[in-house]
Write a new protein. Structure first.
Length: 241
């Protein structure tokens, strides 16, 4: 009886995001201006160092989402990182957006980035998060706990955390990715959520790896540097994921 109840509960939770109207949350209700270019992102991932290497997990369904206030902010939109099927969903209430979806990984023992959620804001000070949804279920519909980590929501490109995206951030990005890719000769599949030490001007500092993944594909490469350069050189360009 308990097992049946867990399956029913999992099925209901997994259906929540897909049942919400996507179009309303992503278009008509968006309150950020059309040229808003400050991108906030939350990444959901499974780390190689989560203690489950010798006991493979079974993740068949992942239900995720972010709720945030609407003031000067677009509705949260889902982006797929890992291989599998993404079914986005979203909705809202007065003053609040909710966006995310269901993700069905091809490999149930997947490691690395699963999905992310991004929001656009008019200024780097507009984003206010209300809650995060993070539920994983196995092939039998049973909850799988403490596997998927939701990283802190961050302002894409702001590596030095000063609420400004500029050449100082670019120097950190360039050096960090150059070091990991052997001067851009290869792509680097980083571990969520590893720490990278990056030295600028002879001074080394520690940074989380995932904010360096500007294009949100699960790898560090020159493509991230190229996207950052486009952002700095074009006032109409914004990070799409």
């Amino acid at each position: 009886m308990k097992k049946t109840f867990r399956k029913i509960t999992a099925s209901l939770a997994a259906a929540v995001m897909c049942a919400l109207p996507v179009a309303n949350s992503l278009t008509a209700n968006a309150t950020a201006s059309a040229n808003a270019r400050y991108t906030f992102r939350k990444t959901f991932a499974i780390s190689e160092y989560n203690g489950h290497e010798e006991n493979p997990h079974d993740i068949a369904t992942f239900v995720f989402g972010v709720a945030c206030r609407t003031a000067n902010t677009s509705a949260p939109a889902a982006h797929q990182i890992g291989e599998g099927k993404l079914t986005p969903g979203g909705g809202g209430a007065p003053g609040c957006y909710n966006g995310g979806g269901n993700f069905y990984p091809t490999d149930h023992n997947i490691v690395g980035g699963l999905v992310s959620v991004h929001m656009y804001c008019d200024t780097p000070y507009d984003y206010k998060e209300m809650s995060t949804t993070n539920y994983a279920y196995d092939s039998y519909g049973n909850p799988v706990n403490d596997i998927v980590a939701a990283g802190p929501t961050f302002l894409v490109g702001d590596l030095d955390l000063d609420k400004d995206i500029d050449t100082d951030d670019f120097q950190i990005l360039f050096r960090g990715i150059s070091d990991r890719t052997k001067d851009f000769k290869e792509s680097y599949k980083f571990c969520y959520f590893e720490i990278m030490n990056v030295a600028i001007g002879g001074v080394g500092r520690n940074y989380s790896a995932y904010p360096f993944d500007i294009n949100d594909d699960g790898y560090l490469s020159y493509a991230d540097v190229d996207m950052f350069q486009k952002y700095l050189s074009n006032s109409n360009y914004r990070f799409e994921n």
